[in-house]
Design a protein around this ligand. Structure first.
Ligand code: ZN
Ligand code: ZN
Length: 362
């Protein structure tokens, strides 16, 4: 049932290998292996040549690899070393120049090329598969929508329990429980739960800090469905928000809305970033928005394309990206509002539906 999808992806990869005069690609990124053949195990390599796709994995995955990838690859189970098996496989194939994923290999593994692999030409390559992964197909978008629905359900249920006097860890524990209860397969990253002045730390982990009335509570988290991630941030007020909190919140909310309204296929990542950044700068808080506007999500929570001051490439139709402006005032607190959007030629479809109003909880 999944066969056409994986075989289509392999065909697109083969076209790009042929265009670069490469006889094959050794895929060692586990998400890339999954994308190309459906295998979900944690130890494998995939060799894609013009004529064959071969998955090499170990004994633990014998049954699983046949079920998940039997339609999309020849499977070799090697009980001792997948690398040793590669050296006995390669002579059976008509290959001379093979690319490897230089961003997804240890130096120790790459050193094998000049030793056991010395008879082939090895070419470092980056992003050959990642570029294909930017444009999601219908099944991928459906999985992301599902991961968003799970995350939003979990957040709604968590918020009902949050009140001053709890610690960030209490909130985080509740959120993790609700994510599992909503059906999330995993946590795409450690949930960020940051209160008070800690909300100005863009990547704070939950701590034992106690929530107090009149301060921000920033929650950044996601769910996983069918291997695909969601990534959402909402910032709440514990008790009542004062005027200064409302003012900063409104700026971030407007920056988020203006970017969601402007993003469309063909726009460069840096121009998307500039929409939100320009607004925050005009309001006087440019120095307090020190990270990029967003990133692709999919099998990984951070993937191509990027929405940043350095991103020159146009956003492709079918990409799912985050839009996550923030303002962080050290020692005071911070606000981030992060949505997941589907990029289309007509604009961005905002997939997240959780309220973007400043909600006072507890
Ligand atoms: Zn996030
Ligand atoms: Zn994000």
């Amino acid at each position: 049932m999944h066969a056409p999808r994986h075989l289509d992806r392999q065909a697109r990869l083969r076209a790009s290998l042929a265009a670069s005069q490469l006889d094959g690609l050794l895929v060692t990124s586990i998400p890339n292996v999954r994308y190309l053949c459906g295998f979900t195990g944690s130890s494998a390599m995939l060799l894609v040549t013009a004529a064959r796709t071969v998955l090499i994995t170990d004994f633990r995955y014998a049954t699983q690899s046949a079920a998940e990838s039997g339609h999309a690859a020849d499977i070799i189970i090697d009980p001792t070393s997948i690398w040793s098996r590669l050296w006995t496989l390669l002579p059976e194939l008509p290959v001379e120049t093979v690319a490897f994923e230089s961003a997804h290999m240890t130096h120790a593994d790459a050193a094998r090329f000049s030793d056991a692999g010395a008879q082939w030409h090895w070419r470092p390559a980056v992003n050959l598969v990642e570029v294909l992964r930017e444009q999601k197909d219908e099944s991928e978008v459906a999985s992301i929508r599902n991961a968003i629905a799970m995350a939003e359900r979990a957040l709604e249920r968590t918020v009902l329990h949050v009140k001053a006097g709890m610690t960030e860890l209490d909130v985080c524990g509740r959120l993790e429980f609700e994510l599992r209860a909503a059906g999330s397969e995993a946590f795409p990253f450690e949930c960020i739960v940051a209160s008070g002045e800690r909300s100005a730390l863009p990547h704070a982990r939950a701590s034992a800090r106690v929530l107090r009335p009149g301060e921000f509570l920033l929650i950044d988290f996601g769910a996983v469905s069918g291997g695909y991630c969601s990534d959402i941030t909402r910032t709440f007020a514990v008790g009542s928000a004062n005027a200064e909190m409302r003012d900063i919140y409104a700026i971030v909310r407007e920056a988020n809305a203006s970017a969601s309204g402007a993003v469309r296929a063909g726009m460069r990542g840096r121009d998307a970033d500039a929409v939100a950044r320009g607004y925050i700068e005009r309001r006087g808080w440019g120095a307090e928005f020190g990270h990029s506007l967003g990133h692709g999500i999919g099998l990984e929570v951070h993937e191509s394309p990027r929405l940043s001051t350095l991103a020159e490439s146009p956003l492709p139709a079918g990409a799912v990206v985050t839009i996550e402006p923030g303002v962080y005032r050290a020692g005071w607190g911070g606000v981030r509002i992060e949505d997941d959007v589907l990029v289309t030629t007509d604009g961005a479809e905002v997939l997240t539906s959780f309220s973007r109003e400043l909600i006072e909880i507890g």
